[in-house]
Ligand binder design. Sequence first.
Ligand SMILES: Nc1ncnc2c1ncn2[C@@H]1O[C@H](COP(=O)(O)OP(=O)(O)OP(=O)(O)O)[C@@H](O)[C@H]1O
Length: 305
Amino acid sequence: MGVDVALRIENLRKSYGSAPAVDGVDLTVEQGQIVGVLGPNGSGKTTTVECAYGLRRPDSGRIRVFGLNPLSEPGRVARLVGTQLQDSALPDRIRVGEALHLFAALARSPVDERQELERWGLAARRRASFGSLSGGQRQRLLVALALVGRPRLVFLDEMTTGLDPNARREVWDLVEQVRRGGTTVVLVTHFMDEAFRLCDRVAVLKDGHKVADGTPGELIDRYGGGTTVRFSVPPQAEVPRLAELPGVLTAERVDGRIEIRGRGPFLVSLGHTLAVAHLDDVELDVRRPSLEDAYVQLVGPEASR
Ligand SMILES: Nc1ncnc2c1ncn2[C@@H]1O[C@H](COP(=O)(O)OP(=O)(O)OP(=O)(O)O)[C@@H](O)[C@H]1O
């Protein structure tokens, strides 16, 4: 395995009783990337990442973390990996500084506690109890705890759930900062805007299977359904045939309103064709598909949030 791979999962299977939670998942995370794991509730995201860092024993499959097997070398893997706790995992009465100190005491080469509190904007809250923190402060503390041992790979699971838009953006900036510091990030999330903003690659799980894997742009191109352009023309206008332009999938005219759906660089030929037909003053309303469109296409509308 190449040295530039942080995590490689091959054909992972894990059942609870007779029900398969993860059924043949492959995932490769290159060093320095932020990789998102997306999927509806119960699709196997948490089980996959818990197997990856050795918290759960797979039924079968192969997992390597920087080339190490988490089952046979749990101690070495634990030193390379950080995981974000769920916020229920910390007692409400523990103080911010105490929690960080406790985690630092367990790490072989911990970060400087004071600097870490500054970095995460928690210095003024050092003596505050965990239970008194705002949602954003809690998440920042949980991420700080995951990073206290200077991991080379960190797993962040639903880190912005319950945060307001400003707090989410703050956490996103911090995740980018973590990656700039050289740590590889695996991000489990339900939020498509978060995955689009942060992830170099995303894997989409459904019913324990990986149904797609690629950059957000690739998934949008492949599954997003294409770009839609709408415009109005005067009722008597002669509109050239647009359905045959390269890249156009569908073209419909309903009264004076035209809707074109296409893929690839069809906008240039559309614009050119309209200009030649003296329709260059129409106002084009262009809607590009989002990662959410691709996701809904992949997992079905009832599964999206
Ligand atoms: N400890 C467990 N015992 C029994 N079944 C479990 C256990 N943990 C998970 N499952 C089941 O395994 C399946 C996959 O769960 P998992 O938590 O991995 O999915 P997820 O994609 O992380 O879901 P969510 O988005 O809700 O966190 C689900 O059907 C879930 O009910």
